[in-house]
Design a protein around this ligand. Structure first.
Ligand code: AHR
Length: 501
């Protein structure tokens, strides 16, 4: 057994967790909408055609905000196609994913679904083939109370109260040449600034996300952020980051260190935002929206029939090591909770997702469901500085990788303290000694773990073995709690304040 120590001090904090860091994403892609959240005629569909089994699962996962409707899809989307009487909505060739879009589900249906899912909508506008005009009309349609063309149109479509959508994405991955209407940094920066200006004139209360780079390794990364920010800095609130990791080389040690690259990516984007703030002598600080993140590679070569409707697309089946990396990525997001205010696990149902459904049938929870659910449930409050001292190792791709990674969060009412930790060591148990320096009266309440599985073990419809279990509670000695972290494990160590403390 190896030893590690973690001194925790309530006075040394990173920042408050914005609950929107536990967001997710529904795109018109594959079976995310059709056959995922929406399946009229399914035995468990409600009066709106929403699958109630999926709604239950989403509520259990705990997703306070969902980005919609894309993704690459949004850059070719006419939002007007998805509102009004369903029978008059056009069927379109959907160019981003090569399928047919029937538009039987659109903005008003999604807002209704969000309410049932205890969630809010993060709406993306099309800055690919469209621009400021369509974007400001959509804000008017969604958020203006009444008495104008688009607000009255919404009311005529049965939505009397405004949707009051607060958070808006200015397009999607506009730096990528795969994007419909792909732009240079100058073209996009200008388009985003003009769209932002008129969208905010319609509703000054909205918040806006500028597209950053599609990942941290593009040729234009850095230059893209600098130039677009120089054109739109005063008009936007957040810059987006997207990143997916894979284990195509089947090198699990390197795979489980990939959140270190995510830490660097976040750090670099924060630095660029702050550089631009200084350069522009601005009082405004730009924060981060990590609005696409996950593991994605298992389904990359799956064939899709061209112009089909809601095919099985991007249906990655996740294994145990994917769940460990998803836990580690969540740790990285919370580690910079001072600047990462929004993050979206991409995606939510069927498409690179924690929840998988069968058309007309049941559903199962993927391995990655659990770390996300744990963090969303117990990871809200104040992030504490979490300096774990432990052994280190090298992998083929990374050097000096800490065997353990973790993050501690104290709940807003001060009554709960949770340490999330991953043991990356392949063979050794770790004894993690947590010293509660200035936090009196906490006692161990629960140790939940995901451990003991083959790294390639998956879940499915007929059997879902990868699920959390309860482990032995940490032992308390004075103000030190010692927890046993098994090799290759995800751990949730919960402490609560004693009633008399
Ligand atoms: O989430 C799947 C796709 O990945 C999104 O449509 C796009 O934004 C990204 O490249």
């Amino acid at each position: 057994m190896k030893n590690a120590s973690l001194p925790l001090c309530g006075a040394f904090t990173v920042g408050e967790v914005d609950k929107r860091i536990f967001g997710s994403f529904i795109e018109h892609l594959g079976r995310a909408v059709y056959g995922g959240i929406f399946e009229p005629g399914h035995p468990q569909a409600d009066e709106d055609g929403f699958r109630t089994d999926v709604l239950d699962a989403v509520r259990e996962l705990g997703v306070p905000i969902v980005r919609y409707p894309g993704g690459n899809f949004v850059s070719g989307y006419n939002w007007e196609d998805g509102v009004g009487p369903v029978e008059s909505r056009p069927k379109r060739l959907e160019l981003a994913w090569g399928v047919t879009e029937p538009n039987t589900f659109g903005t008003n249906e999604f807002i209704k679904w969000c309410k049932k899912a205890n969630s809010e909508c993060m709406m993306a506008v099309n800055l690919g083939l469209r621009g400021a005009d369509a974007a400001r009309n959509l804000v008017e349609y969604c958020n203006h109370p009444s008495g104008s063309y688009y607000s009255d149109l919404r009311i005529s479509h049965g939505a009397r109260a405004p949707h009051n959508i607060k958070l808006w994405c200015l397009g999607n991955e506009m730096d990528g040449d795969w994007q419909i209407g792909h732009k240079t940094a100058y073209e996009y920066g200008r388009a985003a600034a003009e769209a932002a200006k008129v969208m905010r004139w319609v509703d000054p209360s909205i918040e806006l996300v500028l597209c950053g780079s599609s990942n941290g390794h593009t040729k234009t990364f850095g230059d893209w952020e600098t130039e677009t920010l120089s054109l739109a800095y005063d008009k936007i609130d957040y810059v987006s980051l997207h990143q997916y990791y894979d284990n195509k080389t089947n090198d699990s040690a390197s795979f489980l260190a990939k959140n270190m690259a995510m830490d660097d990516f976040i750090h670099t984007v924060i630095s660029i935002c702050d550089y631009m703030q200084g350069k522009l002598h601005s009082k405004k600080q730009i924060n981060l929206s990590f609005d696409e993140w996950n593991v994605w590679y298992h389904s990359n070569n799956d064939p899709v029939e061209r112009w089909s409707f809601a095919p099985h697309q991007l249906e990655d089946i996740y294994n145990f090591e994917d769940a460990l990396l998803v836990g580690l990525m969540l740790i990285s997001l919370l580690r910079r909770a001072d600047r990462v205010k929004i993050a979206c696990l991409a995606q939510l149902v069927n498409v690179i997702a924690p929840i998988m459904t069968e058309n007309g049938g049941g559903l199962f929870y993927q391995t990655i469901f659990y770390p996300f659910m744990h963090m969303s449930k117990y990871g809200r409050g104040t992030v504490l500085q979490t300096p774990i001292a432990c052994g280190r190792h090298d992998t083929k791709e990374f050097t000096d990788v800490p065997d353990l990674d973790g993050i501690a969060v104290r709940s807003a009412d001060g009554e709960q303290l949770t340490v999330f930790a991953v043991n990356r060591d392949f063979t050794e148990d770790y004894a993690l000694n947590i010293r509660l320096l200035d936090m009196e009266g906490f006692v161990p309440a629960e140790h939940i773990e995901l451990a003991g599985f083959d790294l390639k073990q998956t879940n499915g419809f007929t059997s879902a073995p990868v699920r959390p279990q309860n482990a032995a509670l940490p032992e308390m000695d004075g103000n030190t709690a010692t927890a046993r972290l098994r090799p290759l494990s995800w751990n949730v160590l919960r402490f609560v304040k004693r009633k008399d403390a």
